[in-house]
Ligand binder design. Structure first.
Ligand code: R5P
Length: 299
């Protein structure tokens, strides 16, 4: 089993093409249609027997549809004798990785079982919400960091004045520290709380000395924009000059961008794990580096 192919899922066609070029691997022809009632139909044209196939599909909204497509595609490849490497740049449901309230489903555990059941051999994702989540997968699972690519974008596009990287919560503190090192700045961690019943976010007020300083807010995901909005309002209150924000996965539900910019954020930067108008940072070089090393080791 030596030949490698990339199978582009319907949610990540552009990402898959960029990625396949970078690792110098051919794309399989995948036919995708939607039935009038919304069900997906997928057809794999080439013979994949004894091939190693990297199935690329990000599971952003509509999350359940994209997950179903990833499962169908993986199932067909493994059923026909191929080995499936699931490259899921944005892994939906990764935030529900604990039973936060009694009785809640740990959705990520369900995703892990489903991927296993359709024959996935290995998972590669980008900036999983929490590295603990990787432990649910009953096969090797790895999360590549987008922080070096985000840092490169910031360094190439900004000359920040006395910069500070800000994480809205403790969960993103390692990302903040990593970005701060790469853009040569300090970092601070705010204390965000989410009401587990209403989903409402609040950030604890604490005195910060940000006079004349530029700030980069970093998070793994921007969904409604509430976390970044609340952080930006606090940072402005304590004198921040320019505020920009960056995330790996720009889900950008409804008016998230407007919500963030109206809180005083000058630019919102996301990566192309999810296609969106703010997906300005290409993470395929970093993912390709990981795969090149993996491909040289898999035998
Ligand atoms: C949660 O802890 C994540 O790291 C993000 O902070 C969160 O998903 C962002 O969501 P929203 O944009 O809706 O505040």
């Amino acid at each position: 089993m030596e030949e490698w192919y990339v199978a582009p899922g319907p949610a990540s066609r552009e990402f898959a093409e960029l990625f396949a070029n970078r690792i110098n691997v051919s794309l399989l022809t995948i036919e995708f249609t939607t039935f009038p009632d919304g069900e997906s139909k997928i057809r794999v044209i080439e013979d994949v027997r004894n091939k190693r196939v990297i199935m690329v599909q990000s599971t952003y909204p509509p999350t359940d549809v994209h997950i179903m497509q990833a499962l169908m595609l993986s199932y067909k490849i493994s059923q026909d004798g191929g080995e499936v490497y699931a490259l899921i740049p944005y892994l939906g449901y990764a935030r529900q990785d604990k039973e936060f309230l009694k009785g809640e489903v740990v959705s990520l555990a369900v995703i892990a079982r489903l991927l296993r059941s359709v024959g996935v051999k290995r998972l590669i994702t980008v900036d999983i919400h929490s590295s603990e989540g990787l432990g649910y997968f009953p096969f090797p699972a790895y999360s590549v960091s987008a922080i070096p690519a985000i840092a490169k974008y910031v360094n190439e596009n900004y000359h920040l004045n006395k910069p500070v990287v800000v994480s809205p919560d403790f969960g993103a503190s390692a990302r903040a520290e990593g970005l701060a090192q790469l853009i040569n700045s300090e970092y601070i961690v705010l204390s965000k709380k989410r009401d587990r019943l209403t989903g409402e976010v609040s950030i604890e007020d604490k005195t910060l000395n940000l006079e004349d300083r530029d700030v980069v807010i970093i998070d793994d995901i921007i969904s409604t924009g509430g976390s970044v909005q609340k952080a930006a309002l606090l940072l402005k209150k304590y004198g921040a000059r320019k505020i920009i924000t960056a995330c790996t996965h720009p889900i950008m539900v409804s008016n998230a961008l407007e919500r963030i910019t109206s809180a005083g954020v000058e630019e919102v930067i996301g990566t192309n794990t999810i296609p969106s108008p703010i997906s300005k940072v290409d993470v395929t070089p970093i993912v390709a580096e990981y795969f090149k090393s993996l491909m040289s080791r898999e035998y």
